[in-house]
Design a protein around this ligand. Structure first.
Ligand code: AGP
Length: 602
């Protein structure tokens, strides 16, 4: 997820580009760059680091060019570096592009272009676009773009400029966002509304399969066949601050609602006709592996609990799941016959990094699962799998967690397949996984209900989450989410353990969130829950469509999906529950007290 800006008009472009990129830094910030255009030349300045670093390296007022494009990067292919930064230009320096998205078939395109004599400067997927444009360009850039996008599989929003038409900016969009607008000073394009809201509140939100030509006098929209389309203008009622949050109140709310897209992007290019493509795992020889350890902190640790359950189901092995702060000091068996999997959204958590380094020293094979390309963990691990959740700004992890669950499911599934193991209901599980974006959308529609349930906590200082088997993952994560943003004390219990002591805590109006999505033990869990009801608890039950739940007032039923995947929709419901509890209590949802987004100290 990157930030793109473009402008052409009657005033200098650079200040507009930089200010626009600044408003989009929540979309990515590992590197930044701009290209300014005149009929004589392109001027491209780009570098690794924050936008401020780029800005400080340029004497902004001296640049008078009135056309340009800009980019702030969230790396997906090619670690953050000067060469991998955008914009990318053709060898003749007559065309420059910026791209947001993932080109799935870039390798095959790159091979063809190299065979045609093109020389690549970067490791990115995006660079294939500028060389395709160079290959197809015969004077009409719109035509060259039409031919280029026909070659691309994946997601993209691109901006193009050329010295041949120095007062034009071209955009094309499929599966990544692009908005355009016009004011008396010129025409604007950007990945998201905040970048142009200062200049116009009337924007055109491009749809998939659309392209546009921007000139100082206006914008024109076309389909990919070149047919002119009517420009549908949307008036944006909210201000810049709200716009950076996509119109949501907080980054956390926005990131909760980004989960369908984040999950879809994470799976992009991995599942193809029922087969999983995770080449990073080809180096793992499970026949040699005696021990498997999952190691992480916080919410990422909960994702490891989920992966541990899958390994035990599908790989028939007992595995450990250990908090990194314990693993690095514990006496766990780690040697050359050990596979260690480290899960970390930021890729910078000190305990997790230290645990990995220790494991490497002991000869283990180390796989990292992270959301940040080029992060420290990805540099130390033998192999790295990436979630594609985009930057997660809110301290409380939401989309990173659900994309970790999806990626870990695919990872364990692939390791089992590599061992020649049959996965019970394997095809059904993959089908349900591919439906997950829709399933999560269905859960998000229950937000008003979770908002109502969150009022149960109004006069409560404690809440209890209970469940069995894989529901326990939802239980611990749901409790953590509630604690860290609403400051309500929440405990997580195995439902079967309640009667061994903790039920002494239950009294009238105690809030109990009960998960019963595992058909094999749902009835037992429900009988555990009935014990809390008998003591006056206010129970919110999350269960399956089929499960009988007589006498329960507050029941939410998740869609019919394979039980091993139930944690994902359950998690979305509990994120909303925690979110509304925090809102009702007036908490700083994006920046809860005492917490940091990435714990880079012990
Ligand atoms: C999640 O809501 C928390 N903010 C926290 O537990 C977080 O998951 C933990 O610090 C691990 O961070 P990481 O995934 O970046 O390693």
């Amino acid at each position: 997820m990157c930030g793109i800006t473009g402008f052409t008009g009657k005033v200098p472009a650079l200040p507009i580009l930089l200010k626009g990129l600044e408003s989009l830094e929540y979309r990515g910030y590992d590197s930044a760059g701009v290209t300014l255009v005149t009929e004589d030349a392109l001027f491209t300045q780009k570098r690794k680091g924050r936008l401020a670093d780029l800005e400080s390296s340029m004497d902004v007022p001296s640049f008078m060019q009135t056309t340009g494009i800009g980019h702030t990067r969230w790396a997906t292919h090619g670690v953050p570096s000067q060469l991998n930064s955008h914009p990318h230009t053709n060898e003749k320096e007559t065309i420059s592009i910026v791209h947001n998205g993932i080109i799935e078939n870039y390798q095959s395109i790159k091979e063809k272009l190299i065979a045609l004599g093109y020389v690549f400067q970067s490791d990115t997927d995006s660079e294939v676009i500028v060389h395709l444009l160079d290959h197809y360009y015969q004077g009409d850039m719109m035509e060259a773009i039409q031919k280029t996008v026909q070659q691309l599989n994946g997601s993209y929003a691109i901006c193009v400029v050329t010295t041949d038409h120095p007062d034009e900016v071209y955009v094309a969009k499929d599966s990544s966002p692009m908005v355009i607008g016009h004011s008396e000073n010129g025409s604007y394009c950007a990945s998201d509304i905040p970048a142009i809201l200062e200049y116009t509140k009337d924007v055109v939100i491009l749809e998939d399969g659309q392209m546009a030509k921007l000139t100082p006098n206006g914008v024109a929209v076309f389909d990919f066949a070149g047919n002119a389309l009517e420009t549908k203008v949307t008036h944006i009622p909210y201000d810049m601050n709200a716009a950076q949050k996509g119109g949501y109140t907080t980054f956390m709310e926005k990131e909760i609602y980004e989960q369908p897209v984040a999950i879809k992007e994470t799976m992009r290019g991995i599942i193809d006709h029922g087969q999983i493509h995770l080449p990073q795992l080809d180096a793992v020889d499970m026949q040699k592996i005696q021990y498997v350890h999952f190691v992480a902190c916080g919410t990422a640790y909960h994702a490891c609990l989920y992966a541990q359950a899958l390994v035990q189901k599908w790989l028939g092995r007992i595995v450990t799941c250990v908090a990194a702060s314990e693993f690095r000091y514990g006496n766990y068996p780690v040697n050359e016959n050990t596979l260690c999997v480290f899960v970390t959204q930021s890729g910078e958590t000190a305990d997790t990094l230290a645990a990995l380094k220790m494991s490497k020293e002991k000869g283990a094979q180390c796989i990292a699962v992270t959301n940040v390309l080029g992060s420290s963990i990805s540099r130390y691990a033998d192999q790295t799998l990436y979630t594609s959740a985009g930057p997660e700004i809110a301290v409380a992890s939401t989309k990173a967690f659900t994309t970790q669950l999806v990626l870990l499911t695919l990872m364990v599934f692939d390791l089992a397949k590599k061992e020649g193991r049959e996965i019970p209901d394997g095809d059904a599980i993959l089908k349900d996984l591919q439906r997950m974006p829709e399933i999560v959308k269905e859960m998000l529609e229950k937000a008003p209900l979770m908002d109502q349930y969150a009022y149960f906590l109004d006069n409560q200082y404690d809440a209890y989450f209970i469940g069995r088997q894989m529901d326990y993952v939802g239980v611990v994560e749901g409790a953590l989410k509630l604690k860290e943003i609403s400051y309500v004390h929440a405990d997580a219990y195995l439902a079967g353990e309640l009667k061994h002591g903790s039920i002494a805590l239950i009294e009238k109006d105690t809030v109990v969130v009960a998960l019963a999505t595992e058909p094999s033990v749902a009835a037992k869990t429900i009988s555990n829950i009935e014990e809390t009801v008998a003591r006056g608890a206010n129970v919110i039950l999350i269960t399956t469509q089929q499960q009988d739940a007589p006498g329960f007032k507050n029941v939410i039923r998740i869609p019919d999906i394979h039980p091993v995947l139930a944690t994902i929709p359950v998690t979305v419901l509990l994120q909303l529950f925690a979110y509304y509890a925090a809102v009702h209590k007036g908490r700083d949802v994006d920046k809860p007290r005492n917490l940091a987004k990435s714990v880079t100290v012990e």
